[in-house]
Write a protein that binds this ligand. Structure first.
Ligand code: SF4
Length: 373
């Protein structure tokens, strides 16, 4: 049974809380196998004077209770836009199509007023930049408390107790004193923890953490990741961890979705992605990581050549073909868009015409030879 973070605030069933929710629809969509959050063929396009920016172009994934899904890719690959679409935080100019099911309810069918009931309570987000996300003129305790009171009619004393509980849970020392301090009095790592406390204030089913450790040094990064793990152990939430850092994913995620140019290029569990990559982009990302378990003397890192494409002018066929060492051009890589498919009949999929060949290659095979001195 799902635990609650605090016995002082009872969990309210979504159907009791929200008169707008169609109870008949609160079932799992077919094909999602009991996922808490199911995204189907999500596309987010932004029309501009110069053309249409296809920020997300056909993303599908499921996240289950008590699971961490890592979404990985370079800047501009569509990771953050995907999470903003799930929470309905995109600007009005965005054209969003596809389906986003939270426990069977398609969030794209809801209006802003209805969506607000889910956001923060059932689906919550830890934003990239904690300093920008926190309000500088309110104490951290006030802001965490407000996140609770927006969704629950709770007395101030109970809110205060809950705030202190949450700050304690995320590892903020001396929560009583710290709750009355302002964001500028917190260090970067503590602000990120305060953001996590706000996000989990209502014990959400789905927690989306968008680059929660970017701009933190490695020690604090490890501490923040440890907090996320601790939170999940207490809440059984489904967590979507968005990052460009494969190292972060390796330590925390159960499954991984690799994105490139707004499209999913490989999905699988952590072992499949790290030990049997089937897409050249994933292989390149892995080869570009330093190996700490090998003699680093003279070691040279792999570099994926070129730059990610403009999302307004995505190359035809496979979007990765101008940068790919395995590409066969023009046919088929520059003409036919590869489908996300499984080559081993396991839950491991790659969008590459030559996934079979790539599967036999290890990151060490493509790393440049060590420099001799
Ligand atoms: Fe490379 Fe072709 Fe595979 Fe795309 S489809 S990743 S260009 S080999």
């Amino acid at each position: 049974m799902r635990s609650t973070l605090s016995p002082s605030i009872d969990r309210v069933p979504v159907t009791d809380l929200d008169p707008f929710v169609d109870r008949e629809k609160l079932v799992t969509p077919s094909g999602s196998g009991g996922a808490v959050l199911s995204v189907r063929d999500l596309r987010v396009h932004f029309p501009t004077d110069d053309g249409v920016v296809k920020a997300v172009d056909g993303v599908t994934f499921d996240v289950y209770e008590n699971e961490v899904l890592g979404i990985v890719g370079e800047s501009g690959s569509g990771k953050s836009v995907t999470s903003m679409a799930v929470l309905g935080l995109l600007p009005r100019s965005a054209r969003v199509t596809g389906e986003i099911f939270y426990r069977g309810q398609n969030l794209l069918d809801l209006g802003e007023r209805e969506l607000r009931r889910f956001r923060g309570e059932k689906l919550a987000m830890v934003f990239q930049d904690a300093l920008a996300a926190l309000n500088p003129v309110f104490t951290v305790g006030n802001q965490v408390g407000e996140a609770i009171q927006v969704h629950h009619d709770v007395k101030d004393k109970a809110v205060r107790a809950r705030v202190l509980d949450l700050l304690d849970l995320v590892g903020i020392p001396n929560p009583k004193a710290r709750a009355d301090q302002y964001p500028h009095e917190y260090s970067g790592g503590m602000r990120q923890r305060a953001m996590i406390a706000m996000a989990i204030a209502n014990d959400p089913d789905v927690l989306i953490a968008d680059e929660p450790t970017t701009a933190l040094d490695v020690t604090i990064q490890a501490q923040v990741l440890e907090v996320i793990e601790r939170v999940q152990n207490r809440t059984n939430s489904a967590i979507v961890l968005i990052t460009h850092d494969l190292g972060v994913v390796a330590g925390v995620a159960d499954r991984v979705l690799v994105m490139y140019a707004g499209r999913p290029v490989e999905t699988g569990n952590v072992d499949q992605i790290f030990y049997q990559p089937q897409h050249p982009y994933t292989l390149g990302l892995l080869a570009s990581l330093p190996r700490l378990d090998q003699n680093a003397e003279g070691m040279r890192l792999y570099r994926i050549r070129g730059q990610p494409p403009s999302l307004m002018h995505v190359p035809p066929g496979c979007a990765f073909h101008p940068r790919c060492d395995f590409a066969q051009v023009p046919e088929p890589c520059a003409t036919v868009e590869p489908e996300l498919r499984s080559i081993d009949e396991l839950d491991h999929h790659a969008a590459c015409h030559f996934a079979e060949s790539v599967a036999g290659t290890s990151p060490d095979d493509i790393r440049p030879a060590a420099a001799t001195t």
